[in-house]
Design a protein around this ligand. Structure first.
Ligand code: DX5
Ligand code: ZN
Length: 221
C-alpha cells in the first residue's frame, strides 16, 4: 500500500478551536499547510510567518508554506528566517530568479517547491525541475477554500509521476484544493504523495475536530 501524506490547510480551521485542533492533529498528520497570500497574486489575505510561529508553540510538525504572492523573494526570505521546512513558490512569478531562489532555500537547509496553478503547464518548470523537492498541483483556482474541483489538473500529477520515474527526479508531488469524498477516487488514481485537506474534506465537516477526523477517515478508508 502507498503512503499518503496528509497536510491540513490551516487557513480553513476554526480559530476559536486553534489549540484543540492542532493538538488533536499533531500525531495524525504529516505536516501543516500554511497559505500565505498578499492580496495581489490572489484577491485574499490569509496566514503568515507569524501564524507559523504560533503553531510551533504547540507542534513539532514540519510546515509546508504555499506562497500566493507576487514578490516571492520577500516572502521566501521571511520563511527562511523562521526555518519553514518546505517553501512552495508560485511558478508563475519566479521567472528570472527561480534558480537563485531554489539555491537560497537549499543553502538554508530547507526544502524548495513550486506551485502550478490550474492554467500553468509543467513545461514552465522543466528548466529547474531536477532541483525541486516538491511540486504542488492546484486542483482549484488559488485564493479561497471551497471552490470547484478542476478534474483536468489531475493529468499533471500523472505526468509528473511519469517524468519522475523516467528521469529519476527527486521531487514529491502534492495536490491542493477540494480534497473530499466526492473527489477522493479521482485523486487517489492520480496518486500524489501529499494531499492537502481543507474545509471541504476536514474542518468543515462538523464543528468538532475529532468528529470531523473520524468522519473523514471513515469515508476515505
Ligand atoms: C486555496 C488554498 C487551499 C485551500 C484548500 O488557495 O491553497 O489550501 O485552503 O481548501 P479546500 O480543500 O476546502 O478547497
Ligand atoms: Zn494551499
Amino acid at each position: 500500500t502507498r503512503t499518503i501524506a496528509m497536510a491540513p490547510s490551516l487557513m480553513t480551521m476554526d480559530l476559536d478551536q486553534f489549540k484543540e485542533q492542532i493538538t488533536f492533529l499533531n500525531d495524525k498528520v504529516n505536516m501543516y499547510h500554511i497559505d500565505v497570500m498578499d492580496g495581489h497574486f490572489v484577491p485574499n489575505i490569509s496566514l503568515s510567518p507569524w501564524f507559523i510561529g504560533e503553531v510551533r508553540k504547540i507542534s513539532n510538525l514540519p510546515m509546508d508554506a504555499h506562497l500566493m504572492v507576487t514578490d516571492a523573494e520577500f516572502w521566501v526570505d521571511q520563511l527562511i528566517d523562521i526555518k519553514c521546512e518546505r517553501i512552495n513558490m508560485p511558478s508563475e512569478v519566479i521567472n528570472g530568479k527561480a534558480f537563485s531562489l531554489i539555491g537560497k532555500i537549499h543553502a538554508a537547509g530547507l526544502k524548495a517547491g513550486v506551485v502550478l496553478n490550474p492554467e500553468t503547464p509543467i513545461s514552465t518548470i522543466m528548466p529547474y525541475i531536477d532541483q525541486l523537492d516538491n511540486v504542488m498541483i492546484m486542483t482549484i483556482d488559488p485564493g479561497f477554500a471551497g471552490q470547484p474541483f478542476l478534474e483536468s489538473t489531475l493529468d499533471k500529477i500523472v505526468e509528473l509521476r511519469r517524468l519522475r520515474d523516467e528521469h529519476g527526479y527527486g521531487y514529491e508531488i502534492e495536490m491542493d484544493g477540494s480534497t473530499n469524498l466526492k473527489h477522493w477516487k479521482m485523486i487517489s488514481d492520480a496518486a500524489p504523495d501529499t494531499y492537502v485537506i481543507g474545509r471541504s474534506g476536514l474542518f468543515g465537516l462538523t464543528d468538532n475536530i475529532e468528529d470531523s477526523w473520524n468522519q473523514m477517515v471513515g469515508e476515505y478508508e
